[in-house]
Design a protein around this ligand. Structure first.
Ligand SMILES: [Zn+2]
Length: 121
């Protein structure tokens, strides 16, 4: 199967992994909308949210666990949880976006390695 997220999970493609366990992987989005834009993806291939089962609960549990870490380290006071479905879903492997919201503060996009090192420190 030619799925970029499955390849990331199998470590055939490198990624900026923030968290990983048997069920999910959380990584920085390589085309971030904001500094710290994170994706949570299930290790099992679900094409989209309509295929998903209890994994959604677990993805949101991990999202909640990551939220204070992202907010503290990025010094941000708001965060958006987002799941695309249909034509706006670019990768057809279910994923949950965690998008820090800088509330109109003028935050330029930093280098992804800089953000990664900050979050991993
Ligand atoms: Zn996949």
């Amino acid at each position: 199967m030619d799925c970029i997220f499955c390849k990331i999970i199998k470590k055939e493609i490198p990624s900026k992994i923030l968290y990983e366990d048997d069920l999910v992987l959380a990584m920085l989005d390589i085309n971030p909308m904001n500094n710290g834009h994170t994706l949570i993806i299930p290790k099992k291939h679900y094409t989209d949210i309509m295929e998903a089962d209890d994994i959604l609960d677990y993805m949101f549990k991990i999202a909640k666990d990551l939220t204070p870490i992202l907010m503290d380290k990025l010094e941000v006071k708001a965060l958006t949880y987002l799941i695309n479905y249909g034509d706006s879903q670019q990768v057809k492997h279910l994923h949950l976006h965690l998008i820090p919201d800088y509330l109109n503060e003028n935050k330029h996009l930093k280098d992804i390695d800089e953000v990664y090192n900050l979050l991993k420190s």
